[in-house]
Write a protein that binds this ligand. Structure first.
Ligand code: BG6
Ligand code: MG
Length: 220
C-alpha cells in the first residue's frame, strides 16, 4: 500500500537542474573545459565536490588543483548558482507539482524531500512549499550521496514508513539508482534512455498526476 512519496528537488519540483547546468558550464568554460547536456546527465543528483571532480576529469585537469583550489572553484560555482536562485518565486514550480502535493495531502499520503543540495532549504523557501513536507532530508543530514540509498532510506525512516510503500521521484540517473537501491518504486522524470532503470517514466512533470502515479505503483 502506498504510504509516502519522496521527491528529489532539483529538476523535479523546480527547474534548478538548469541553473546548476548554467553555473557549472560557466565555471568549466573559464577553465577551458567544454561539456554538453549529455555529459550533464552524469552530474545530476551528484554532490557539489563530486560534480567538480567529474568536470575536471573530463578536461584531464584532475591533478592540476590543490584541495583548497578545488574548494574555491566549487565556491565560485555556488555563488553563481545562489544568484540564479535568489530571484525564484512560487511561479517557478514545475507544471503539475503543486496539484500533486495538494492531492497527496488530501489523500493522507506522506510527503518527503530527498535532496543532495545544500541549497535545498533556500529553494523550498523561495517556492513557499515548506508546509507540504513531512520531512526534508538534505546533503547535511547524510554521509553517502546518491546513488547510495541512504538519503531515501533516511526520509522513509523519518516518515515512519517501510521503503516498499514509498514512491521516489527523480530526474537523475544517480537518483533513480538510489531509489531502486532503497527498494522503492522509482519514477523518472525526463529522458527515457537516461532514466531507463526507473519503474515508470514520464516526459515532464505535467504527466505526474496523482492518478497516474498511483496506477503505476499498483500495476507493479
Ligand atoms: C543536486 C543536483 O540536487 O544537488 C546537483 O542535482 C547538485 O546538480 C547537488 O550538484 C548539490 O547541490 P549544491 O546546491 O549543494 O551545490
Ligand atoms: Mg534532480
Amino acid at each position: 500500500q502506498l504510504k509516502a512519496v519522496i521527491f528529489d528537488l532539483d529538476g523535479v519540483i523546480t527547474d534548478t537542474a538548469e541553473y546548476h547546468f548554467i553555473a557549472w558550464k560557466q565555471l568549466a568554460e573559464e577553465l577551458g573545459i567544454t561539456f554538453d547536456r549529455a555529459f550533464n546527465e552524469q552530474l545530476k543528483g551528484v554532490s557539489r565536490m563530486e560534480s567538480l571532480e567529474r568536470i575536471l576529469a573530463l578536461g584531464s585537469q584532475a591533478d592540476r588543483y590543490t584541495m583548497a583550489e578545488k574548494e574555491a572553484l566549487a565556491h565560485k560555482k555556488n555563488e553563481h548558482y545562489k544568484q540564479l536562485i535568489a530571484r525564484m518565486t512560487p511561479d517557478d514550480l514545475l507544471p503539475g507539482i503543486l496539484d500533486l502535493l495538494r492531492e497527496l495531502k488530501r489523500q493522507n499520503i506522506k510527503i518527503g524531500l530527498a535532496s543532495a543540495s545544500k541549497n535545498a532549504f533556500t529553494v523550498i523557501e523561495r517556492l513557499q512549499i515548506g508546509a507540504y513536507f513531512d520531512t526534508i532530508v538534505d546533503a547535511a543530514k547524510v554521509k553517502n550521496s546518491k546513488p547510495h540509498p541512504e538519503i531515501f532510506l533516511t526520509a522513509a525512516e523519518q516518515l515512519g514508513v517501510h521503503p516498499s510503500t514509498c514512491i521516489g521521484v527523480e530526474d537523475a540517473q544517480a537518483g533513480v539508482a538510489a531509489i531502486k537501491a532503497a527498494n522503492m518504486f522509482a519514477i523518472g522524470v525526463g529522458d527515457k534512455e537516461a532514466l531507463k532503470e526507473a519503474d515508470y517514466i514520464v516526459e515532464t512533470t505535467a504527466d505526474l498526476t496523482y492518478d497516474a502515479i498511483v496506477r503505476a505503483f499498483y500495476r507493479e
